[in-house]
Each structure stands twice: as C-alpha cells, then as structure tokens.
Design a protein around this ligand. Structure first.
Ligand code: KIV
Ligand code: ZN
Length: 443
C-alpha cells in the first residue's frame, strides 16, 4: 500500500541559523547543504537573501552546487525582498520563493502597523509578484496560530488564488498545543476553497517543548510538508527537530503511516556536522542524536541490552548512523556490562573472579563519574597482581600510592581506594538463586 509522502523542508540554514551562536559563513553553509543533500531532505531553505550579502551568496552558491533538492530563499512580502531572493536562486535547478507576512492582530497592530485589509492586499500582491518570477511559491502567514481563524482562512484562500503552491502555517511563538494545531489544519482543509490544490506545511517552534508533537498533529490532519531543523536549532527554543520527526514516523509507522526521503543513517552525521561547524554541542540527552541517546548505564538496563537490545532500545543506533550503542561504565553499572568490557579489553573473567574486579570497580565508580578503559585496565592489573601475592595488612595498592601523592585530577582519581578496606558488595553471586540471580546479575 502506498503511504503518503511527507516533504521534509529543512530550515537549518535559515531559521536555524537565526539562533544565538549558530551563524555560519558561506563555506560552512555550503558544507552543511551538501550534508543535507546526503540526508535526503526535499527542500533546503538556504537563507534570507535580502538580510545580508553573505546570505545572498550562500543561497547562490548552494543553488549552483546542490542540484537534487528544491532550494528556497526567504522574502518578506515586498518587491525588493522577492527580487533579491529570485536573483540569488538563478542558478538553482529547482528554485522556490518563500514569502511571509504576519497575520495576527498583535503583529499587525504593534509590528507592521497595518490593517487586516492592507495585510490581505499585501500578501496577495507579493504572491502574485513571486509567481510572475517562479512557479514554486510558498506563503507563510507569520504567527498563524495566534491569528483569528476566519481571517487566517481568508488570507490562505486569497494567496492560493494568487498562485501560492505551498501554504505554511507557522506556530511562530510556539504557543499551540498539539490538538489545537491539528484542529487548525483540519479547519483550513474544511473551510478554504482551493486548499486541495496546494501543499499544507507545518512550521512549529519549541517554546513549550511541543514543536515535534505539533508538527506530527498537523501531519495527521493532512499537512504534507514539515519544516524542521537539524538538532532542533532555531529562534529562541528552536524549531521542530528533523531527526525526531523522521524517526517518530519511522519507529511509529503504525500511528504515522507516511514516507519521507530521509536516509536515517545520515541523521547522526548531519547532527555532528552542524555541531562541529557551529561549535554548539548537542545536548547529551537530545533524542536521536545526543551522546546519551543510546548509552545505558544502569545495570539492569545494560544487562537487558546485552541480552537483547529490544529491551531498552526502540531503534538501533546504526539506523540513525550512531556507530554503536555505548555502555557507559559508571556507578550504576552491573557485572554483566563490566564483564563484557573486560572481555573486550582482553581480560575474560569467571563470575567469581569478576567479583573482585567488580568490588573495586564500584569503589572507583563512586569516586569518578565515568570509568574509562584506562582506569579499568589499571584496576584489572591490580587485581591480577594482588591475586598472585597476598599483600601484608595495610599495604597500599599502586594507584592508592598515587592518590596518597595528592593529585586531584581525574586521571589520579583512578588511583582510588586508598587504604580503606574494600567495601562488601551487597549482593554477591553466592547469594543469588535461580532467576533472581539472573536478574540481579545486571545490578
Ligand atoms: O516562525 C516563523 O513564523 C517563520 C516564518 C518566516 C516562516 O520562521
Ligand atoms: Zn520560524
């Protein structure tokens, strides 16, 4: 059965670039655009050409070298902006002019200082002009979700008659709730004459953390284009995150039976490329692309993952381009994960042998957040040496001596258990029974 195709409109280079600290130069924009092409996005909004010469040049360069996706240039609803956008798109294989004009009373009154009638007229005139230059014209009524619905319907109907081929419904200030946003798309589909001839698009900001949920609600009500950004960057709290939209639709095909052209294995590389270019790191717990998105530290989780990844992973790291699921060794880790890492380091242990390693590991992990391989190797070495000779009472271990020497750096923290007696591991293997033992093995 054919699933409806959702157009992925990436605005990382325009709305995303507007977020603090995320500006990019022409070369960087070109590099990211090439990565977006590999990622399989359908539309790249390459910039706002009237805004600066750099933006103009970036749109020009991207148009000339990225040939598969549609390249869009943003313009306010006035001739100067539209002409500049069109000029920058001259070399594009598939150009689009994206015109926007605010429609909410708040914006009309305080920002634009025009009446609704003037707004309607300006929107139509701008779309007509853009259409005289380019067949593919998108119109966005800025602050659509705070626009009186009957006026919004009027504007949308008028711009479709004027030649718009995509109508985008921005939740500019991230104010909408999912059911409300979905309802708005439904109302437009029910009330606007000619709406079936155009693509309805979502453009949701994340001020209340609902950008992805709102976009998906819009899709469920018939929107067929989603505007989003890599890592969810964008004005203020950002835009809907591309990777979350794409993977929500893939992982939950049962609820979102749609197709996108996204090559999911390119999601992580795209996220990393953006972070590298902007030097804005991805938040560790960011869904899909954060460094913890596939990390498992809790013992029970690690145990489950090692037995079958389905226990705690709803998608494979490989499917989004993350090389491997990383088991982080920390104070919540269990024997199962520790045994595997020791084995990977070339030190396979029997369960009882591992107990000793584990006892020392727990003490160390309590002191440092993350036990690295180098720490573990030193610890293993110490256990092996100690096993060969029974040390005299109170003798310090090698790394304990380093600790006593007084450094506080993390590498010295591995020189943990000073003279203190090894703590008793609360649950030893001998105390396990049957299934309970198997369960606690991960703890
Ligand atoms: O958030 C917004 O309203 C926008 C428009 C320019 C589409 O970014
Ligand atoms: Zn926006």
């Amino acid at each position: 059965m054919d699933r409806p195709r959702i157009t992925i409109f990436d605005t990382t280079l325009r709305d995303g670039e507007q977020s603090p600290g995320c500006s990019m130069n022409v070369q960087e924009k070109l590099r990211l655009a090439q990565q977006l092409d590999r990622l399989g996005v359908d539309v790249i909004e390459a910039g706002f050409p009237i805004a600066s010469d750099g933006d103009f040049e970036a749109v020009q360069r991207i148009s000339a070298s990225v040939r598969r996706p549609i390249i869009a240039g943003l313009a306010r609803a006035c001739k100067g902006d539209i002409d500049r956008a069109w000029e920058s798109l001259q070399g594009a294989a598939r150009p689009r002019i994206h015109v926007f004009l605010a429609t909410s009373d708040i914006h009309l009154k305080y920002k634009l200082r025009i009446s609704r009638e003037q707004c309607l007229e300006q929107a139509c005139e701008a779309v007509r002009h853009a259409k005289s230059l380019c067949a593919d014209v998108e119109f966005s009524p800025e602050d659509a979700t705070r626009t009186e619905v009957s006026f919004l319907c009027q504007v949308v109907e008028a711009v479709i008659a004027a030649g718009a081929t995509t109508v985008n419904i921005p939740d500019t200030v991230g104010y909408s709730m999912p059911e409300e946003y979905g309802q708005l798309i439904r109302t437009l589909r029910e009330k606007v004459a000619g709406i079936e001839k155009v693509t309805i698009s979502t453009h949701c900001h994340n001020d209340l953390g609902l950008a992805v949920a709102n976009s998906l609600a819009g899709v469920q009500e018939g929107a067929r284009q989603v505007e989003c950004t890599i890592n969810g960057i964008g004005e203020r709290a950002g835009n809907a995150s591309l990777e979350e939209i794409a993977m929500a639709m893939r992982v939950r095909r049962d609820r979102y039976p749609y197709e996108t052209g996204i090559v999911s294995e390119q999601l992580y590389p795209s996220s990393q490329t953006l972070a590298e270019i902007t030097r804005v790191p991805v938040q560790p717990n960011k869904a899909i692309t954060g460094r913890n998105a596939f990390a498992h530290e809790a013992g029970i989780h690690q145990d489950g993952i090692l037995k079958n990844p389905l226990t705690y992973e709803i998608m494979t790291p490989q499917s989004v381009g993350v090389p491997d699921s990383r088991l982080v060794l920390g104070k919540h880790s269990g024997r199962h994960a520790l045994a595997l890492r020791c084995e990977q380091l070339g030190h396979p242990f029997e369960r009882r042998e591992l107990d000793e390693v584990y006892r020392k590991f727990v003490v160390l992990a309590d002191r440092i957040k993350k036990v690295q391989d180098c720490h573990l190797l030193e610890l293993i070495q110490d256990v092996k040496t100690a096993a060969k000779k029974i040390p005299p009472a109170g003798a310090a271990l090698p790394f304990a001596r380093a600790a006593a020497a007084g450094s506080a750096s993390e590498s010295h923290l591995l020189s943990f258990p000073a003279p203190a007696p090894a703590p008793r591991v609360p649950v030893t293997l001998g105390e396990h029974h049957g299934e309970q033992e198997e369960y606690l093995w991960g703890v």
